[in-house]
Ligand binder design. Structure first.
Ligand code: GLN
Length: 204
């Protein structure tokens, strides 16, 4: 399988490593520039985006990562990872840096302070629309939503019901995938499989 790195500065790294392995990738933790250089693609996990931004600077990974992304390396960001990949972030700290690999505007902690965490079953384009595939359980933890997208960004999932109905929570632009929610915690490997397939056939 392809070598896929999980950015391992902070957040739920082990869950992504396990999910990627189960989806057929060679999954490796990435903490140094040399480790980043060795992988074909990267996953940016959930965690806390302002902390992750700070740690990317401290570990001298910010610029190499941004350069690889600009050169077309496939990437998947979940929750804080989605925030890191976005081109515009609402409600963040002025000094927080982000990777600008996905033409979306993301709102941090968008579901409100009271809504620490919730779950819902949703449709995911390219996955749940295949014959026989069930809806996807989506776990949101202090999650962002996608406030707006550029025309070249494809919407893959939206909140199906409730006060946030219709909010965009999964997107793809070329080789870059992002979800507001955490598929690595549910045991459902379909999002990781989708990403591994993307890495195997970039641009398909
Ligand atoms: N609220 C976090 C942030 O703004 C993201 C939460 C998560 O990744 N589960 O970075």
């Amino acid at each position: 399988g392809p070598r896929i790195g999980v950015l391992a500065l902070q957040g739920d790294v082990r869950e992504h490593l396990a999910a990627l392995s189960e989806a057929g990738a060679l999954a490796e933790a990435v903490r140094r520039p040399a480790e980043l250089a060795a992988v074909d693609a990267v996953v940016i996990p959930g965690g806390e985006s302002t902390t992750m931004s700070h740690l990317l600077n401290v570990f001298d990974l910010f610029d190499p990562l941004r350069e690889r992304l600009a050169a077309g390396m496939p990437a998947y960001g979940s929750c804080a990872g989605m925030i890191m990949l976005a081109s515009t972030i609402l409600d963040t700290r002025a000094d927080a840096r982000h990777l600008d690999a996905l033409d979306i505007t993301v709102r941090r902690n968008a579901f409100g302070r009271q809504v620490e965490s919730f779950e819902t079953d949703l449709e995911f384009t390219g996955i749940t629309d295949r014959p026989g595939d069930a809806l996807m359980r989506a776990v949101f933890i202090r999650a962002p939503w996608v406030e707006s997208i550029a025309p070249e960004v494809e919407v893959l999932a939206q909140v199906p019901e409730g006060p946030a109905q219709g909010r965009i929570v999964a997107v793809r632009q070329g080789n870059v995938l992002a979800t507001s929610f955490h598929p690595e915690v549910t045991g459902d490997r379909r999002v990781h499989q989708y990403f591994v397939d993307m890495v195997r056939a970039p641009g398909a």
